[in-house]
Write a protein of this length. Structure first.
Length: 381
């Protein structure tokens, strides 16, 4: 009777061990695997026969075994058990994170029976933690950019004041004293330089400015036509082909800022084609529906899309991942500042638009910028 009862108890306990999602492993005195439950088979992809009698080392996947065992032994000695995380390996070679609790089982007399480990696959949680860390990194990067922008604004304003003072004195000089031809030439030269300095400061402020400037409806087709004409007159060996969508929606923006975006993209394309090449510019109306908008964290609605494709050197993955970082450049000092795409991104963001990049090494680059269509213009239509 007693025996029957204990057999029932054994079956009962075995059923519990079988049903738990936690992997249970027990090891004998020789350190070999003595027992595993069904979840262990599932977690590791080995069968019961393959694991019983094996050394647990076949389950390890990259964690320093000696170091982990050191911690396990110390934990058991100090508090009777060990709990921690480690990297293990499935039969198919896949490495994954587990969280494990290990403790020795003793009999009534206090003699060691076996070492039992309970394991949970925590790979998903680890991934989520890594993703969180990555996002925090991005957020810090964005904050750094804000700081750089604030600093640039301050410097630009001070510098502008200095230029104004110099300009004031120079004009007084020119008016007050009887000066000869050469002296006058010097003064004109100084004025010219001051003017150039002023232009530089404006550019700088444009980059750093948080607020929008003069917002008006813009027809991107004509803005592109004007700016490419200007650009091709100062560059050689790059052919520009444009494909304008005829009923393009207007956008509402500061045309100076949008021009800055376009010129930065032309310039990058041109610099990527040292041997010459082609730049294709295309405009289109695009409607982003709720579903697409949701998955990309982009507001659904109507957008005007400008696609610029160059036949230049392209980018590898590593470069592509960093192009928006302030001061990231692969160009020689003096050629690149690493601020071009940073300011493009800032401006597009300011208008609640977004950017897509496709590129591969030696295979050219495509930048697509999306800017929200003006609601006024669409109602008119
Ligand atoms: P800069 O042009 O001063 O280097 P940007 O922010 O404009 O700074 O660009 C950052 C980097 O992105 C460039 O140094 C280059 O490596 C890469 N890049 C940008 N546009 C292109 C392009 N059209 N083709 C290839 N690489 C590009
Ligand atoms: Mg650039």
């Amino acid at each position: 009777m007693k025996e029957k009862q204990s057999q029932e108890q054994i079956d009962f306990l075995a059923a519990i061990l079988k049903s738990t999602p936690v992997s249970v492993i027990a090891m004998n005195k020789d350190g070999k695997i003595e027992y595993i439950n069904a979840s262990t088979e599932k977690m590791y992809g080995y069968t019961n026969e393959e694991l019983i009698g094996a050394e647990p080392i076949i389950l390890y996947g990259g964690s320093d075994v000696e170091e982990v065992w050191g911690r396990i032994t110390a934990g058991i000695k100090e508090q009777g058990f060990w709990r921690g995380e480690m990297l293990n390996k499935r039969k198919n070679g896949e490495i994954f994170y587990i969280r494990m609790t290990m403790h020795p089982l003793l009999n009534e007399k206090g003699n060691y029976l076996t070492l039992v480990g309970f394991q949970e696959d925590i790979t998903d949680r680890k991934r989520a933690e890594e993703e969180k860390k990555r996002l925090e990194g991005q957020y810090q990067q964005a904050q750094k950019m804000e700081a750089v922008a604030a600093l640039s604004r301050g410097v630009a304003h001070d510098f502008n004041n200095i230029l104004n003072i110099i300009h004031g004195h120079v004009s007084l000089l020119g008016r007050d004293i009887a000066i000869d031809e050469t002296q006058n030439e010097h003064l004109e030269r100084i004025e010219e330089i001051i003017h150039r300095g002023g232009g530089l400061v404006r550019q700088f402020l444009n980059f750093a400015r948080g607020a929008k400037n003069k917002i008006s409806p813009i027809d991107l087709n004509s803005l592109i036509a004007e700016s490419t004409e200007m650009f091709s007159s100062i560059t050689s060996n790059m052919q520009i082909f444009s494909d304008y969508y005829q009923n393009l929606w207007d956008i509402e923006a500061d045309s100076g800022q949008i021009e800055q975006v376009l010129v930065n993209l032309y310039l990058n394309a041109w610099q990527a084609m040292a041997e010459g090449g082609e730049l294709y510019i295309k405009t289109a109306n695009v409607t982003i529906d709720k579903i697409a908008g949701k998955s990309k964290k982009i507001l659904p609605g109507n957008y005007v899309k400008v696609t610029l494709t160059d036949t230049g050197m392209g980018m590898d993955r590593k470069t592509k991942a960093r192009i928006l970082e302030p001061y990231f450049t692969t160009k020689a000092a003096g050629v690149g500042t690493g601020l071009g795409l940073t300011s493009v991104y800032r401006i597009i963001k300011e208008y609640e638009g977004f950017i897509e990049v496709f590129s591969a090494k030696d295979e050219g680059t495509t930048f697509s910028i999306y800017l929200p269509a003006s609601t006024v213009a669409i109602t008119k239509e």
